[in-house]
Design a binder for this molecule. Structure first.
Ligand SMILES: [Zn+2]
Length: 437
């Protein structure tokens, strides 16, 4: 009788312990798979050997500006963003930049500027700090000057090696969601600071010398629209008024920069947003209003407007842009675009592919840019393979057969020999087949 009793206790205990073990194993595997940093270190940066089309880049990010609010052309809006609207029609390449979830600020900026989708282990730091330092367009630049919010700028300065990423921020108390103060103050602060900076550079020989070097970046972080969207909602008069202020500020910044560089036609401009905003003023999820952000680029190295083709995604009628070619990108593609415009290596952990539709360069130049993008991805892939191989038991490890060492060498050799033989179209199509792998 006692034997049967002990047997039941023993089997119950066994079931409890084994189910506990299975749950722990599942939990550990979930953490191991999904909360592992995608960032790997010690990768050699790759760049094109040809001279870049632009010497400097001006990146302007209107935080929380959704594509529809910016591109939709109701009468009120058309008046408010008249400058950028005119630029789109006359001298700009444009499209929608598709973000991933979570549609939050930090992941958006990491994707735009580093070309990688947010490090999930950053959740342990409340999406505020870098769990692992990462490479970025700013880090690869010779100098970057940035103005904006203390929530965003420090992570790129902190991640940069050496002291070449400069930040100028307002205090966090200026960010006011109560609706009592105009949200445009956040943007006019940035525009005023850039103006003061350029004026100061005219009499500061050291700064002036730095500003006349190539591979430099100006980053304007414009937080007003995010605050206006949260406080007043995207269809409010305040949000649209904030668009007008951003539009007028960008016009002024472009005029000042062109004047400072004596219209040398060596400045590239990129305007986009980190994430969109729902009608009720929130973001974070995957609704189209949150994941569709505008991307417009103009200036040195960027193509002008051209007629649309049937192969392109159609736009809502309210945008009134159906006649112009629309080039959509994934948000991570903005990093290689910016890097290619000023001739710096694509950030080493970037997963973005160069959106060639935005460029106006020779076929040879385009081939070299795409080849350096391919080498950057291969270097990253090889480093990850090395780490996986080193961390696995040799009898379990199996090479990824779709892109093993010999296939990868064959593809890169093919691209190299096409470029040497001036078969540029073939080199680009080999690169595209590499992406399909
Ligand atoms: Zn944001």
């Amino acid at each position: 009788m006692f034997n049967g009793h002990f047997e039941r206790i023993f089997s119950t205990m066994f079931l409890i312990i084994s189910s506990l073990f299975v749950h722990i194993a599942f939990l550990v595997s979930v953490v191991d798979i999904y909360f592992k940093s995608p960032i790997v270190h010690n990768i050699k940066p790759q760049s094109s050997p040809l001279e870049a089309p632009a010497r400097r880049l001006v990146l302007m990010v209107a935080d929380g500006l959704r594509a529809d609010s910016f591109l939709g052309a109701d009468d009120l809006f058309k008046t408010n963003a008249s400058h950028l609207r005119h630029v789109i029609e006359e001298r700009e390449a444009w499209g929608v930049s598709h973000t991933r979830v979570p549609t939050e600020s930090r992941p958006g900026y990491v994707t735009l500027i580093a070309g990688l989708y947010e490090d999930p282990s950053a959740i342990a730091k409340g999406w505020k700090d870098n769990p692992v330092e990462f490479d970025s367009v700013f880090n690869e630049s010779r100098y970057t000057w940035s103005w904006g919010s203390p929530d965003i700028l420090p992570m790129f300065a902190k991640g940069a090696s050496g002291n070449h990423v400069y930040i100028d921020m307002y205090g966090s108390e200026v960010e006011d969601f109560s609706g009592r103060r105009s949200t445009t103050r956040l943007d006019t602060w940035v525009f005023r600071k850039v103006e003061e900076f350029l004026n100061h550079a005219k009499t500061d020989a050291v700064l002036n010398e730095k500003l006349h070097q190539d591979k430099i970046v100006f980053f304007l972080h414009l937080l007003g629209l995010d605050t206006a969207g949260h406080t007043h909602k995207p269809h409010s008069v305040e949000y649209k008024e904030n668009i007008r202020v951003v539009d007028a500020g960008i016009k002024r910044i472009e005029e000042m920069i062109e004047e400072f560089y004596q219209h040398d036609k060596k400045t590239a401009y990129v305007f986009t947003s980190d994430h969109g905003m729902t009608d009720w003023g929130s973001h974070g999820a995957g609704d189209k209003s949150e994941t569709e952000t505008p991307l417009v680029a103009w200036g040195a190295g960027v193509r002008g407007p051209r007629p649309s083709t049937s192969a392109e995604p159609s736009s809502p009628a309210s945008w009134r842009l159906g006649h112009l070619s629309r080039s959509d990108v994934s948000q991570a593609d903005v990093a290689p675009l910016m890097a290619s415009l000023i001739g710096i290596p694509v950030p080493v952990n970037s997963v973005g592919t160069l959106p060639r539709d935005y460029l106006e360069v020779t076929e040879h130049h385009l081939s070299e840019l795409m080849f350096s993008n391919a080498r950057q991805m291969v270097a990253q892939y090889n480093k990850k393979r090395e780490l996986t191989e080193a961390g696995s038991l040799s009898w379990i490890y199996k090479e990824f057969s779709v892109l093993n060492r010999s296939k990868e060498t064959k593809l890169t050799d093919q691209i190299r020999s096409h470029i040497r033989a001036k078969r540029y179209t073939e080199s680009v199509s080999t690169f595209l087949s590499f992406l399909c792998v």
